[in-house]
Design a protein around this ligand. Structure first.
Ligand code: HEC
Length: 138
C-alpha cells in the first residue's frame, strides 16, 4: 500500500515534469517566421486561383527559406515528425516555385495543397494555444 502510493507520487512528478519541460515559449524569431508563413500562405491561396504566377513564385521562395529554418529548429530538439513535416513543406514550396515559373496550373494546385497541409499537420502536433490566445511550442 505504502509502496503503491509512493510510486503514484513518483509517477505524478515524472508526468508533471515531462509536461512542463515539453512546452516552450516561441522566440521572437520563431514567431516572426510563423507570421511570415501566414502572410506568404495567404498570398499563395489568393494568387493560385488568380493565376498570378509571379506572386506565387515569390511567396513560394519565402516559404522554402522559412521551412529550412523551421527544419533546423526542430532538428535541434529531435522532434522528428516536425522535421519531416518541415522537409515535406520545403519540397512542396520548391515544387510550387517551379510550377509557377512554368505557368503549370495543375502542378501549382497540387503543390499549394501539399504545402498547406504541412501547416495544419504541424500545428495539430506541436502548437498549443493558451487561454490568452497566444501560442506555445509543444
Ligand atoms: C514543423 C512545424 C510547423 C510548421 C510546418 C508550420 N508551423 Fe506555424 N507554428 C508552429 C508552432 C509550434 C507555432 C506556435 C509558436 C508561435 O506562435 O510562434 C506556430 C504558429 C503559427 C502562427 C501564429 C504565430 C503567432 O504567434 O502569432 C501562424 C500564423 C502560423 N504558425 C502559420 C503557419 C503557416 C501558414 C504554415 C504553413 C505554410 C506553418 N505555420 C507551418 C509550427 C509549425
Amino acid at each position: 500500500m505504502r509502496n503503491a502510493s509512493v510510486s503514484a507520487l513518483v509517477l505524478g512528478i515524472a508526468v508533471f515534469g515531462v509536461a512542463v519541460a515539453a512546452n516552450e515559449k516561441p522566440t521572437a524569431e520563431f514567431q516572426s517566421l510563423m507570421k511570415a508563413n501566414g502572410a506568404a500562405n495567404g498570398a499563395i491561396r489568393k494568387a493560385v486561383p488568380a493565376r498570378d504566377y509571379d506572386i506565387v513564385a515569390a511567396n513560394a521562395i519565402t516559404l522554402k527559406d522559412n521551412y529550412a529554418k523551421i527544419e533546423a529548429f526542430f532538428a535541434a530538439r529531435s522532434a522528428n515528425d516536425a522535421v519531416e513535416s518541415a522537409r515535406t513543406g520545403g519540397k512542396a514550396a520548391a515544387d510550387l516555385e517551379i510550377a509557377a515559373k512554368a505557368k503549370d496550373d495543375a502542378a501549382m494546385e497540387t503543390a499549394s495543397k501539399a504545402l498547406g497541409g504541412t501547416c495544419a499537420g504541424c500545428h495539430t502536433a506541436h502548437r498549443d494555444q493558451l487561454p490568452d490566445k497566444t501560442y506555445e511550442i509543444k
